[in-house]
Design a protein around this ligand. Sequence first.
Ligand code: HEC
Length: 156
Amino acid sequence: MKWKILSMLTLAVFFGLYACGGQESAEEADTTDEAPASMVEDEPEASPFGVGPIQEEIVLPDEIDQALVEKGKEIYKARCAACHNPEQDAIGPSQKGIFERRNPTWVMNMILNPEGMIKEDPVAKELFQKYNKVAMTNMGLTQDDARAVMEYIRTF
Ligand code: HEC
């Protein structure tokens, strides 16, 4: 019986010292000039352009190209309208006013590489959660077709 109490005491002292030791080293760490580990381990900042084939910034001309809009409208109706509605959120979000929220390069990458985007881009990841984890389908558009669709989206 006696040894049991003794060994419990020893354990208590041991853990007591252990806890103090931990605290001391934490205090020591606070006084160093090094950045806290949590900052060092942060992921590299995500590109504002997202992930995908377009890595050079696309700058949209002020004027809307009507011929391109017409081409984009046909593609949008055939390939996008099942999940998107210009006026309101559907299976996917409405793209109305999207260029106030996102840059054109990001939008192009979302159209051309949705699977990569919802895996790696923080904004697309959030959208994926918000839209019930329905993954946008890669519709296999060419860059020219995607650009035309984007011109149509500008008219929403
Ligand atoms: C199978 C349904 C589906 C199809 C088809 C689809 N999308 Fe999506 N789209 C989504 C969903 C859902 C999201 C939200 C992200 C996610 O969950 O993958 C999304 C997100 C987007 C976004 C980002 C919206 C924002 O607010 O940032 C754009 C841009 C977009 N889609 C464009 C298109 C275009 C253009 C097409 C046609 C070429 C298309 N999508 C086809 C379902 C779809």
